[in-house]
Design a protein around this ligand. Structure first.
Ligand SMILES: NC(=O)c1ccc[n+]([C@@H]2O[C@H](COP(=O)([O-])OP(=O)(O)OC[C@H]3O[C@@H](n4cnc5c(N)ncnc54)[C@H](OP(=O)(O)O)[C@@H]3O)[C@@H](O)[C@H]2O)c1
Length: 213
């Protein structure tokens, strides 16, 4: 898979290394091209000269940036995003991490409206970056929920997620991104409140297939 990762922080850097390890062709970009080169060197990815360059080299684009940066990046990318699968891994947290900045609609739905020609999939936002290096719990892959309106795009992202050793779980249409963003916020709040180590993950248990007739 030709993957562009925009942002080389905790998520972007970790994901780049994991995706290279899974055999993907990964290009990264950052605000500062020198930072992209640094992270490319440590992850085995290649560094783009900028966000547009990264997107032009890819089929799947992961937004691994603070949510507040997304609108500017979308404006910068313009038509370069047309037809691309765009993985929205962001969580729209406020500055104090005490709430989401969205109300009644998800960041991912807002993004899809901004880039109608792209195929937005909400994914990886519910999984802490620490899990890229430890994608299983007790030998069982950690669940990675995803949501989107384009079935083929979701299938592509599910393949990406599975290649990282996580278990993709299709949560439904992009509307479900509202729940995924709240779920991630809950996990963040739990870790911040209780002083946990930012490794907790949600796992569905119990039967998850239709009963045999
Ligand atoms: N950390 C987690 O475990 C986790 C898990 C799931 C989802 N998320 C979400 O994923 C997103 C990234 O989180 P993070 O923890 O990786 O944040 P981070 O460590 O602060 O990294 C953010 C990255 O985005 C880059 N960036 C900012 N504006 C940019 C632009 N215009 N163009 C290109 N790159 C830009 C930053 O580069 P500069 O520093 O050079 O500006 C930095 O490399 C957030 O929305 C977060 O809520 C985080």
């Amino acid at each position: 898979m030709r993957l562009a990762i925009i942002g080389v922080g905790t998520v972007g850097g970790g994901l780049a290394a994991a995706a290279v390890g899974a055999g993907h062709d990964v290009v990264v970009s950052a605000t500062d091209p020198a930072r992209a080169q640094e992270r490319a060197a440590t992850s085995g990815a290649t560094a783009a000269s900028g966000n547009v360059d990264a997107v032009q080299q890819s089929d799947v684009v992961v937004l691994a940036v603070p949510h507040a940066a997304v609108a500017g990046i979308v404006t910068e990318l313009g038509a370069a995003l047309d037809g691309k699968v765009v993985v929205d891994a962001t969580n729209p947290l406020n500055d104090s991490y005490s709430d989401l900045t969205t109300s009644g609609v998800s960041a991912a739905e807002q993004l899809q409206q901004q880039v109608p020609q792209a195929r937005v999939v909400k994914a990886l936002n519910t999984v802490f970056a620490s899990r890229y290096a430890a994608p299983t719990e007790g030998g069982v892959p950690v669940d990675a929920l995803l949501a989107g309106d384009d079935e083929r795009a979701k299938t592509t992202v599910a393949r990406l997620v599975a290649s990282l050793g996580l278990r993709p779980v299709d949560a439904g249409a992009l509307r479900m991104a509202r729940t995924l963003e709240e779920l991630a916020f809950l996990n963040i709040s739990l870790n911040a409140t209780h002083g946990w180590t930012w490794q907790s993950a949600f796992q569905l248990v119990g039967p998850q297939a239709p009963a045999a007739s």
